[in-house]
Design a binder for this molecule. Structure first.
Ligand code: ADP
Length: 318
């Protein structure tokens, strides 16, 4: 499983990451931790990062991208990982997209921990107190001033990633204001649903692939035949349409003529007018049948019925 944890400082990313590590047997890759280690070891990266971090700024994209590119190559990350604190900018996210694509690795989900900003300062203060109680050294950037700068950076640079990943349909937003246990349970619940949906999609894909593989000869044969069969069918339906049109037109013409004749006769006051419908029917059928050359009979019959009605109507009116 490959995850990203997204959230402002103090959202609880570290806490939830540790729980996910235990549950899923994957590694937590925290750029903050790696950079702090680099600072402590005074590596070239550490020397670049030291002051930036202390002031609550962001370390240059290429530095963190390189760190992550190397880290996900290592053996312990083969089983999956949780990225904590990375990506933090849109260019970092884009670089990660490229990196994962190149390595043919799939990102399963991005878990966003959404929290109320007013609660963050209190959380960070609590973290500082607890660290001091444990005798640990406190982070240089865990002061109220630097925290507000880190928060500003998050809003400006990192929050746009919410759109980046929701566009990719990877985003899961969890209410980070719930108690720790509940946040964990909710993350697990949603991840289980994502995994299940993925498995179903994979199974469907495999089914289609195996069906295709099972009938390669048949598929090839029908593919070969397809264009010819298609054009034949097209020509046939076009011919049908032309014949139908011709039959309709012919029938209409005859209908008009015969109906007109019948009407004339009726208007002349001839007794023969009452015979007109029969004549009209006869003439229409004959001519239309000729035009249709024995085809499109249905259409002909339909139109052929009209003259008798028209004639009848005229006869009645008189
Ligand atoms: P937070 O608790 O504020 O999320 P982290 O421990 O993740 O802090 O990171 C601490 C500091 O390390 C950041 O304020 C920043 O200076 C630097 N840092 C960590 N990750 C990144 C990153 N992906 N891009 C740039 N800077 C980073």
């Amino acid at each position: 499983m490959r995850l990203i944890l997204l959230g402002p400082p103090g959202a609880g990313k570290g806490t939830q990451a540790q729980r996910l590590v235990q549950r899923h047997g994957i590694v937590q890759l925290s750029t903050g931790d790696m950079l702090r280690a680099a600072v402590a070891a005074q590596t070239p990266t550490g020397l670049i990062a030291k002051d930036i971090m202390a002031n609550g700024g962001l370390v240059p994209d290429e530095v963190v991208v390189n760190i992550i590119a190397d880290r996900i190559e290592q053996d312990d990350a083969k089983n999956g990982f949780i990225l904590d604190g990375f990506p933090r900018t849109v260019p970092q996210a884009e670089a990660l997209d490229v990196l994962l694509k190149k390595k043919k690795l799939k990102l399963d989900a991005v878990v966003e921990l959404r929290v109320n900003e007013s609660a963050l300062l209190a959380r960070v203060e609590k973290r500082v107190t607890e660290m001091l109680e444990r005798g640990e050294s406190v982070r240089a950037d865990d002061t109220p001033e630097v925290l507000s700068k880190r928060l500003g950076n998050y809003r400006e640079q990192t929050e746009p990633l919410v759109h980046h990943y929701s566009d990719k349909r990877k985003l899961i937003t969890i209410d980070g204001m719930m108690p720790i246990e509940e946040v964990t349970a909710e993350i697990e619940r949603v991840l289980a649903a994502v995994t299940k949906a993925d498995e179903t999609a994979q199974a469907a894909k495999r089914k289609v692939a195996s069906k295709r593989a099972a009938k390669p000869a048949k598929a090839a044969k029908s593919a070969k035949r397809a264009p010819a069969a298609k054009s034949k069918a097209k020509a046939k339906s076009k011919a049908k349409r032309v014949v139908k049109k011709a039959a309709k037109k012919a029938a209409k013409n005859v209908t008009k003529k015969v109906a007109g004749k019948a009407a004339k006769k009726v208007s002349r006051g001839s007794k023969k007018g009452s015979k007109a419908p029969a004549k009209a029917r006869k003439g229409t059928r004959k001519t239309a049948a000729k035009a249709a050359a024995g085809r499109g009979r249905k259409a002909t019959k339909k139109v052929a019925k009209r003259p008798s009605k028209a004639a009848k109507r005229l006869t009645k009116r008189r």
